[in-house]
Design a protein around this ligand. Structure first.
Ligand SMILES: [Zn+2]
Length: 167
């Protein structure tokens, strides 16, 4: 655990901004193809080893949330290893939290809380922070903030156009 904490401290805020930028790019790509505008990337050391937007619509797979898709891509490339950090534009849902823990992710950095973007489908009694503590392999949840309100705008635009509210 001490080793991962050391890695986390080595990350500079500018790195976080850059990696969150990769997530936002992926979210915008997903939005353009009609998917929910969520984006995620997997960072190991200082490298983005995989990034993805939600592929639930494009892949006809309701479980293909951005976080899960990014983890699958990292694993398929052979570059996923324990201690990875997962960056994501939105507070992760229960499935993605648990998937990240199973994949050996030690920290999830997210930009926006669900309540911040009015994502009613995911505003519930689910408390991601409390849940992260209950996982078999607890992971750290770090709030990043929404650069220039870009994520909130993406989600608001999507929700205003769609009845469906998934990731
Ligand atoms: Zn999810």
């Amino acid at each position: 655990m001490e080793h991962e904490r050391h890695i986390n401290r080595a990350m500079r805020p500018s790195d976080h901004d850059r990696w969150m930028g990769s997530c936002i790019d992926a979210a915008e790509t997903a939005a353009r193809s009609g998917d929910f505008p969520n984006g995620a990337c997997v960072v190991i050391g200082q490298d983005v080893v995989a990034a993805s937007g939600s592929e639930a619509e494009a892949g006809a797979d309701p479980t293909a949330h951005a976080e899960v898709s990014a983890l699958r891509k990292a694993a398929a490339s052979g570059r996923l290893s324990p201690g990875a950090t997962l960056f994501t534009t939105l507070e992760p849902c229960a499935m993605c939290l648990h998937s990240a823990a199973v994949a050996g992710v030690r920290e999830i950095v997210f930009a926006c809380r669900r309540s911040d973007v009015g994502d009613a489908a995911y505003i519930s009694s689910l408390d991601a922070a409390a849940m992260a503590e209950l996982l078999l392999q607890p992971l750290e949840l770090t709030y990043h903030g929404d650069p220039n309100g870009r994520i909130q705008k993406l989600v608001t635009n999507f929700l205003s156009r769609n009845q469906r509210q998934d990731t």
